[in-house]
Design a binder for this molecule. Sequence first.
Ligand code: AP5
Ligand code: MG
Length: 201
Amino acid sequence: MLNIIICGAPGSGKGTQSKMIVNKYNLKHLSTGHILRQEISKQTELGKIAHSYISHGNLVPDDMIIEILVNTIKDGTVGFNGIILDGFPRTVVQAEALEKIMESRNETTTVLLDLRVEKEELISRLMKRGETSGRSDDNLETIKKRLDIYEEKTAPVNDFYKKINKYTPVDGTGTVEEIFARLSAAIDARVSQLNTQNIPA
Ligand code: AP5
Ligand code: MG
């Protein structure tokens, strides 16, 4: 299976690129942010709790997020070549939980692709999106908070994957197509590396 993590700061292009990657590689798209926003619009209990964190730029608690992941994976990946995790894991606790879930399924994460974009560019992309997105977290104050939380809580996830040799940084600037070509090349290189070592992807 091809189990890809797409990571990067808010606005780095995770959602945009995931949509293209799932089509090319026939993967199931799992975006925790998207699932949470659906819960908010349906005004479920989970949605109400999630909104109180998201609208302030904070992370939703690990146990809630891990439960969402477990339920979504349980719903199945039949017919897909694997999954792409967009916006998960966002803390080291989530990364450890993910690796355990994979192990229990006799699978592994294939690679973590880290979209690298400068802070000024991130702010400018998110402010532009905020003009039309209707997202409660797309305003300057909350964007800055999200970027701080990213540095504090999510950047250490990269170190976790560096230690297990699954970390690949990718330049997240340029056109959407250029970035997609870089990501595709990184995925193909990883798969061929695993094939050479005779490790199932
Ligand atoms: P989430 O929905 O994951 O949001 P995020 O990480 O803040 O990132 P975004 O979705 O804003 O950006 P993106 O990287 O997907 O970029 P996009 O492609 O949209 O999470 C939201 C919240 O939910 C979190 O803050 C947290 O509260 C909670 N949450 C979610 N997961 C959680 C977890 N695991 N644990 C705890 N809490 C969790 O692009 C951004 C914009 O830039 C778009 O307008 C796009 O059109 C544009 N753009 C894309 N590529 C380019 C390009 N190459 N050039 C110019 N513009 C571009
Ligand atoms: Mg997104």
